[in-house]
Design a protein around this ligand. Structure first.
Ligand SMILES: [Zn+2]
Length: 439
């Protein structure tokens, strides 16, 4: 199949659907899925808790009557119904890929893609790639981890569907090899975590390779927040000579089902496949557009391991306003603003690592790497000692510490301790960088 490079949208009919028609499509798909959800004991229990039958859900707002499901509950269900839980609904003969969650704590939740799921995931991932500018003939350097992690495989399948040439480098190669392929294969698109993109760009600077020697045009960066952080975006764009876009996905729901468009105006979700809610963390009721809440997702088309109101723990602000690009699907403005687990509560202030990132990455004499060392009260969440660890890019600069402390206090509303290490001290990672270290 050949694809017309000139068209603006991958799937214009769906991407620009008026809200009313989009919501009618969502309701139709939701009602079909609810019949299937009832086959899983974990969801039957949720429906019973709400005193609800699938037929009682007559509007999208009715969905809020069903309690959310957490990662912990999915883990318990998989332990009770090994190996894939009561929510592994499709016929095993249709299963094609296994992708466990990639969290750092607790047992992974195992999710399955059926043949139909691989097809829909490939389709909406192709949509996201198109959205930020990948076209037939592009050379896509896929530096997302391959294997169990969701993003490597999904962008591989989708780049191929668009008609791009994929270099499946993954992350299990030295950074020098990434640079060698950027130069020799003339890669035009780079896909990786923002941390890895910074690591690659740092090695380019170290080796004296100018961005204008690369053929790179665009990059999309996910697996962790950062690509929409203005300081981080500016660093990546300048050092690699590209337009940089944000990407979002999570193993339980699917890879790469949200990305920025060329307007760089927030993450567009593929709402015809996933119903997106933004809920108050305490009351778990929907918050209005523009207010901070926890993203909660329901699969509208997933066949194998579908999720019903999955509580993601990721904080964002939504807008349903149409974007200047013409797409009507809901956006998370400013990307993912923090993970519930990453919230630091210190001396009465609350902040996320992304706020430290903003301060560190606008200081040209510091490397983009940083850590937040925390010591918590026994068994509690409050942090008793908090040290921001930064790293010099080259020689140390006298007096910078006091500027940095001043800026951190301004951004965080509290003053952590500060330590600046010599260049190259902090570990670089190709996967997800752990910014918070328990001491
Ligand atoms: Zn847009």
């Amino acid at each position: 199949m050949s694809v017309d490079s000139e068209r603006r949208f991958w799937d214009e009919g769906v991407e620009t659907l008026p809200r009313e028609a989009l919501e009618a499509l969502q309701l139709e798909r939701l009602q079909q899925q609810l019949e299937r959800f009832r086959e899983a004991s974990i969801y039957r229990a949720k429906l019973a808790e709400a005193g609800t039958e699938p037929g009682d859900i007559r509007t999208l707002d009715d969905l809020a009557r069903i309690p959310v499901v957490t990662k912990h509950e999915l883990r318990v269900d998989q332990a009770e119904h090994p190996p894939y839980g009561s929510f592994a609904l499709a016929e095993p003969s249709t299963w094609r890929e296994l992708h466990p969650s990639s969290g750092t704590t607790g047992e992974a939740v195992k999710t399955i893609w059926s043949a139909h799921d691989v097809d829909t995931i490939t389709e909406f991932t192709a949509r996201t790639l198109w959205q930020f500018g990948v076209r037939p003939g592009d050379v896509v350097q896929n530096s997302f981890a391959y294997g169990l992690w969701v993003a490597g495989m999904s962008v591989h399948h989708a780049s191929s569907r668009i008609g791009a040439f994929v270099i499946p480098l993954g992350t299990a190669v030295p950074v020098e090899k990434q640079i060698s392929y950027l130069l020799s294969a003339r890669s035009t698109v780079l896909l990786s975590t923002p941390s890895y993109a910074l690591h690659i760009s740092e090695a380019l600077v170290r080796d004296g390779i100018d961005a204008d020697r690369l053929a790179l045009r665009v990059g999309c960066f996910g697996g962790e927040g950062g690509a929409e952080n203005p300081s981080t975006r500016a660093l990546i764009e300048t050092r690699l000579g590209i337009d940089a876009f944000d990407y979002y996905g999570l193993a339980e729901i699917g890879p790469t089902f949200a990305s920025e468009c060329q307007e760089q105006a927030g993450l567009h979700f593929a709402e015809d496949h996933v119903l997106v809610e933004c809920l108050d963390p305490d009351t778990r009721l929907p918050v209005p557009d523009g207010e901070l809440g926890v993203l909660t997702f329901t699969h509208l088309t997933r066949e194998a391991t579908p999720m019903l109101r999955y509580w993601s723990n990721d904080y964002a602000r939504l807008t349903h306003e149409p974007c200047d690009c013409g797409r009507t699907h809901v956006r998370a403005v400013g990307g993912i603003l923090g993970r519930h687990d990453d919230l630091v509560v210190f001396k009465g202030a609350k902040f996320y690592p992304s706020q430290v990132e903003t301060v560190i990455r606008r200081m040209p004499v510091l490397s983009p790497e940083f850590r937040i060392e925390v010591t918590r009260e026994p068994g509690g969440v409050r942090v008793q000692r908090c040290t921001v660890v930064a790293e010099w890019l080259g020689d140390s600069v006298p007096g910078l510490e006091s500027t940095l402390v001043h800026d951190l206090r301004g951004e965080l509303g509290v003053t952590p301790s500060l330590r600046i290490e010599p260049p190259g001290t902090l570990e670089r990672t190709a996967f997800k960088a752990a910014r918070i270290v328990e001491c």
